[in-house]
Design a protein around this ligand. Structure first.
Ligand code: PA5
Length: 430
C-alpha cells in the first residue's frame, strides 16, 4: 500500500477546515464509486481493475515477447496520455544504459522536424556488425487524429513502407479507439495489429490499458505484476481510502487558502518521468473554471541547485509533494581513499542511499521551516508492484480531489483552443 505522510504539512491548516474537507472528500469518493459525479462515463480506469482482462494481458505479453526477440528499436508514437505513462514506468523500472531488449524511442510528442530527421538517420544507420536495425512501431492515439502523432506516424510509416515493403504491416502496432478516426481507416486498409482503448477511459487515465502496457512489456517489465499491483491498491483503497482522502483534503484546504502550486518531485531520478505523468494527470484534470493547483515538476537534488532557492524563500504560495522510496534496489558505498584531500573521509563506507535520505530529510525540514507544506508519498521499493499501486493511488486521488473542486476531472475543453488557432494558421479546411 502507498503511505502518505502529512506530518510536515498539516500544521499549515486549521484542523476544523481539514475535518470539513475530509467530509467533502468522502462525498467525492462516493461520487467516484457510485458514478454519480460529472463525467461518470469515464470511470473505466476503475472497471478494468475490478474486472481484470487476463486474456488481453496475455495477448500483449505474446506480442511483446515476439517484438523483444526480433526488434533492435521499438518506437512509441503518441502524445499526452498516449505516451507519458509508458515513459514513466519504463524510466522508473529500467536503466537506460543497462537495458536489455530493444531500445525504446519516442516520437509524435512534439512537432520538431529536426528530431524526426535525426531519428530516421539513427534507425537507418546499420548496427556495428553491419546488419540493418530491425525496427517496430507502435502508434497510439485514442482519437486517431492528434496532429503531432499523426504527422510523426505518417513520416515513420512512410519509412517503414520504403524499408520493409509489404512486411511493414507486421511491424506496426496501432492502439486506438474502437471505431472512428482516420487511424482506424488506416488500420483497416493496412491490416495492422490493433489494440483498443476502451471508450470509457480517457487518455491520461489509460496507462493500464494497451496504451501503456504494450510499450512497457516490450521494455521487459513484468506487466502482470505491475497490473496486479494496481489491482491490490484498488482493492485496498475501496476498503481503506484514508490515505487518499487525507491527501485530497489537505490539497483542497491549501488551495482554498491561496496556495497556487504543487511542486512534485523526488530524490530518485528514476521517478522523474513518473512526476511528469502526475503533472499531466493532475494538470489536465484540475486546471479548469479558474481552479486548480499548478503541478510543477522538480528533480532533486539537482533542482535544489536551481529553483530550490525559490522554494525556500520565494513567494509563499506553494506546497510540495515528494515521492519517497524506502529501500534501494541496489546501492553503492562511498569508496575509501588513502588521502583525504577532497575532505569526504567522513562519508567513507556510507551508502549513497543513506546520503540521499539525509538530503531528503534535510530538505523536508528546511522547506517546512521556510513555510512550505511538504507531503511525502512513500513506497517501499522501486518495483513493478509498487509502481502499479502508485498509479492507481494517483488516479483515485485525482478524481476525488477534482470532484471536491466541483470540476469534471475527465475532460480537457481548454486543449481545443490552441488546436483551433493552429489549424486556422495552417489553413485546415475540414
Ligand atoms: O488525457 C487526454 O485525453 C489527453 O492528454 C490525450 O491523451 C492527448 O491529447 C492525446 O490524445 P490522443 O490519444 O487522442 O492522440
Amino acid at each position: 500500500m502507498i503511505n502518505v505522510d502529512l506530518s510536515k504539512a498539516q500544521n499549515f491548516i486549521d484542523s476544523d477546515d481539514f475535518d470539513n474537507a475530509l467530509k467533502l472528500a468522502n462525498g467525492s469518493l462516493k461520487q467516484v464509486q457510485d458514478g454519480s459525479g460529472r463525467g461518470s462515463e469515464w470511470l473505466g480506469w476503475r472497471r478494468i481493475l475490478a474486472q481484470p482482462n487476463d486474456a488481453e494481458i496475455d495477448r500483449i505479453e505474446q506480442h511483446a515477447a515476439k517484438i523483444r526477440e526480433d526488434a533492435d528499436i521499438f518506437i512509441v508514437c503518441g502524445i499526452g496520455g498516449s505516451f507519458t505513462g509508458a515513459k514513466a514506468i519504463i524510466e522508473a523500472l529500467t536503466m537506460p544504459f543497462n537495458a536489455s531488449g530493444p531500445e525504446i524511442l519516442f516520437a509524435g510528442h512534439h512537432m520538431s522536424g529536426r528530431y524526426l530527421q535525426e531519428l530516421l538517420k539513427y534507425i537507418e544507420t546499420p548496427k556495428e556488425n553491419g546488419e540493418p536495425k530491425s525496427v517496430y512501431l507502435n502508434v497510439i492515439s485514442k482519437s486517431g487524429s492528434t496532429l503531432e502523432t499523426a504527422l510523426a506516424f505518417r513520416t515513420l510509416r512512410s519509412w517503414m513502407n520504403d524499408t520493409y515493403g509489404k512486411d511493414a504491416s507486421s511491424r506496426i502496432f496501432a492502439t486506438t479507439g474502437k471505431t472512428g478516426g482516420v487511424l482506424n481507416k488506416i488500420i483497416e486498409g493496412e491490416g495492422y495489429q490493433k489494440y483498443i482503448i476502451p471508450d470509457d477511459i480517457g487518455g491520461r487515465f489509460s496507462v493500464l490499458t494497451p496504451v501503456g502496457l504494450l510499450p512497457v512489456a516490450v521494455a521487459g517489465i513484468d506487466i502482470q505484476t505491475l497490473y496486479y499491483g494496481a489491482v491490490s491498491e484498488f482493492e485496498h483503497l475501496e476498503k481503506s481510502p484514508d490515505s487518499v482522502l487525507q491527501y485530497a483534503a489537505l490539497r483542497y484546504v491549501l488551495h482554498m487558502n491561496g496556495v497556487a502550486l504543487d511542486v512534485i518531485g523526488s530524490f530518485e531520478p528514476e521517478l522523474s518521468g513518473f512526476a511528469d505523468w502526475t503533472q499531466q494527470l493532475l494538470g489536465e484534470s484540475e486546471g479548469k473554471e479558474g481552479k486548480g493547483l499548478f503541478p510543477a515538476v522538480a528533480g532533486y537534488s539537482t533542482d535544489l541547485h536551481s529553483f530550490g532557492q525559490m522554494i525556500q524563500q520565494g513567494r509563499r504560495n506553494l506546497m510540495e509533494t515528494l515521492f519517497v522510496v524506502n529501500q534501494p534496489i541496489s546501492d553503492l558505498g562511498v569508496p575509501e581513499m588513502s588521502d583525504n584531500t577532497d575532505q569526504l573521509g567522513y562519508l567513507e563506507g556510507k551508502l549513497f542511499h543513506e546520503i540521499n535520505q539525509s538530503a531528503l530529510n534535510g530538505t523536508v525540514e528546511a522547506h517546512h521551516d521556510g513555510g512550505v507544506p511538504v507531503v511525502k508519498i512513500i513506497i517501499e521499493k522501486l518495483n513493478a508492484q509498487q509502481i502499479g499501486r502508485l498509479i492507481y493511488f494517483y488516479e483515485l486521488l485525482t478524481a476525488v480531489y477534482v470532484y471536491m473542486l466541483d470540476v469534471n476531472p475527465f475532460n480537457q475543453p481548454g486543449v481545443e483552443n490552441y488546436k483551433q488557432a493552429m489549424y486556422r494558421l495552417l489553413g485546415k479546411t475540414n
